[in-house]
Design a protein around this ligand. Structure first.
Ligand code: NAD
Length: 326
């Protein structure tokens, strides 16, 4: 019989990719309230059960754990918008912090059989302290409610390992990008907005311009979603990851202007730019040292150029399908 895995937030951008991969080996249960996720991010598959539920509600979480015994839990459900956390700290806290505690309490009852509880944390825990690259031992100074809840959640996750013998690890993702990332809000991942603009330019839209906040010299560590999935599965399956926190990133860092130039080269078109003032709270440079996760076997398999090419190819195919060209 197949082992059963829970993915909270499985209908989201990263969750959908993780679920696709896990279905190769497991029976997968997704718990999601579809607040930002979409059913269309999930494949139709006989080994997949979708349960509509809210991780901030203890009884919703308890119901899922009454129905199944899980070998692994991947806890990705979150309000993933920093801006939303600044506007509504208490509301986002209920999902981003209370939700984690409900899941840990439910998982603790299955600690004897559960092989790993993996938590999706974020580079936001490092905040704006300027020392680079960010190592797991770097100063921790979150500057937003989102980063604070991620830090508190990962501390809870590791503490449940020490207190209750639940095997856990946490992963700090840097800037994740790839197919199905939603470009709709101005606070969406910058590469989803950029990809959306590039697609319009390729389609011949002459009015489109990409808004650059600041001068484009911001540095980021953009990691392709497939590498995040590789890293999460590695943390779940590795014994050495237990009770530890790891960065998952790309092993490269680029300015936004470099990323734009790379994209222009891939599609063979120029992208018109519109400059605006840098946004308050935006961190100028953020990139990771990933030597810790490399010691347990991680490798970033997609260079930025490879990742952008795959992402662009996927978007072109989607556009062709939507206008009926096969
Ligand atoms: N995308 C990134 O660059 C990035 C970087 C660092 C960390 N992360 C973390 O990775 C995880 C996945 O992020 P994503 O980019 O796929 O975002 P996403 O918004 O696409 O996915 C989040 C999912 O959680 C679900 N959800 C939200 N609140 C919920 C609740 N109360 N109960 C149940 N489900 C709920 C949403 O419907 C959605 O499907 C999040 O924890 C996020 O904080 C993402």
């Amino acid at each position: 019989m197949l082992e059963t895995v829970l993915v909270t937030g499985g209908a989201g951008f990263i969750g959908g990719h993780l679920v696709e991969r896990l279905l190769e080996k497991y029976h997968v249960v997704v718990m999601d309230n579809l607040s930002t996720g979409k059913i269309s991010n999930l494949p139709q598959h006989p080994q997949l059960d979708f349960l509509f539920g809210d991780v901030s509600k203890e009884k919703d979480v308890a119901r899922v754990f009454e129905l199944y015994t899980f070998t692994y839990v991947y806890h990705l459900a979150a309000i993933a918008s920093v801006a939303a956390s600044i506007e509504n700290p208490l509301g986002t806290h209920q999902t981003n912090m209370d939700g984690t505690i409900h899941l840990l309490n439910a998982s603790k009852k299955q600690a004897n059989t559960m092989r790993k509880f993996v938590f999706a944390s974020s580079a936001a825990v490092y905040g704006s302290e300027p020392t680079l690259p960010k190592r797991e031992t770097s100063a921790i100074a979150p500057i937003t409610p989102y980063g604070i809840d991620k830090l508190a959640s990962e501390s809870y996750v590791i503490s449940y390992s020490h207190l209750f013998g639940l095997k856990t690890s946490a992963a700090r993702f840097f800037n994740v990008y790839g197919p199905r990332q939603n470009p709709e809000s101005p606070y969406s991942g910058v590469l989803s907005i950029l990809t959306n603009c590039i697609q319009k330019v390729v389609a011949g839209d002459e009015k489109v311009a990409f808004t650059l906040y600041g001068d484009g010299s911001q540095v980021r560590d953009f990691v392709y979603v497939d590498d995040i999935v590789n890293g999460l599965i590695l943390l779940a399956e590795s014994a050495e990851s237990q009770s530890e926190v790891f960065n998952i990133a790309s092993d490269e860092n680029h300015t936004l202007l470099e990323v734009i130039a790379m994209y222009e080269e891939i599609v063979g078109k120029k992208l018109p730019l519109k400059y605006k003032n840098a946004r308050a709270g935006d961190i100028h440079q953020s990139y990771a040292d990933i030597s810790k996760i490399k010691t347990i076997g991680y490798k970033a398999t997609n260079t930025l150029k490879m990742g952008l090419s795959k992402y662009n190819q996927h978007e072109m195919e989607q556009a062709q399908q939507s206008i009926g060209i096969s």
